[in-house]
Design a binder for this molecule. Structure first.
Ligand SMILES: C[S@@+](CC[C@H](N)C(=O)[O-])C[C@H]1O[C@@H](n2cnc3c(N)ncnc32)[C@H](O)[C@@H]1O
Length: 205
């Protein structure tokens, strides 16, 4: 990982992902988490204030150790035990069937081997456990999709490998998940190519 990704990008992401609009979404996505949770792409811990009282442990998976350092104050202020369990979603250092839930907020766009990561999420979830997600991805209209395809090669290296055109619902259903609930909407504060959003819960099919 180069200096930009390891030392600079974590600060940019911490500032960029902190918006009021995101806070409202984080509160909804985290609202019914409980027990032992695996958070993929933990970043700078911006979800930590929204972990409900019913969560006792979070296994935080995050490749940028600087982001994990930025999260320290949020983690210290929380009632939840947060363990930095691993570096990448593609290989979770956790036994099968042990997570009550997996949380992913704006991360499935970035993980390079998304198929491997989804297989790992399925593996660690307990029977009946849910993947709680909010992700941006491919827009519903062809004009925006064309803009996303033009912008993606430029924005991807700037934003740490973030894809603009991942079809999140299709990736989930093609990789062994059933959609439990989903809402698709334009994010209030993001330009359209970056802001088409999928929020919901999925379970192992
Ligand atoms: C847009 S940020 C979102 C961070 C955080 N989830 C949030 O809501 O603020 C994407 C995150 O995915 C992380 N990431 C990148 N590659 C990853 C991988 N292979 N496995 C897990 N996380 C990854 C990045 O380091 C970054 O923290």
């Amino acid at each position: 990982m180069g200096i930009y990704r390891s030392r600079v990008l974590p600060h940019i992401m911490n500032a960029a992902m902190k918006s009021k609009a995101n806070e409202e979404i984080r509160a909804r996505v985290c609202s019914d988490l409980e027990g032992s949770v695996v958070e993929i792409g933990f970043g700078s811990g911006l979800n930590v204030p929204y972990y409900p009282a019913a969560v006792h442990t979070v296994h935080a998976v995050e490749p940028a150790t600087r982001s994990f350092e930025i999260a320290a104050e949020r983690v210290e202020a929380s009632h939840v035990e947060v363990h930095h369990t691993g570096l990448t979603g593609e290989r979770l250092d956790l036994p099968a069937g042990t997570a009550d839930a997996v949380l992913s907020t704006w991360t499935l766009c970035t993980i390079p081997d998304i198929v491997a990561a989804l297989a790992e999420i399925r593996r660690v979830l307990k029977p009946g456990g849910l993947l709680h997600f909010v992700e941006h991805g491919i827009a519903p209209d062809s004009k925006t999709i064309r803009r996303q395809r033009r912008i993606e090669p430029i924005s991807k290296p700037i934003f740490g490998g973030c894809h603009l055109t991942r079809d999140i619902p299709a990736l989930l259903t093609d990789n062994g998940f059933a959609i439990h609930t989903i809402a698709a909407f334009q994010h209030a504060k993001e330009p359209r190519p970056f802001g088409w959003t999928f929020e919901g819960r999925a379970c192992v099919a």
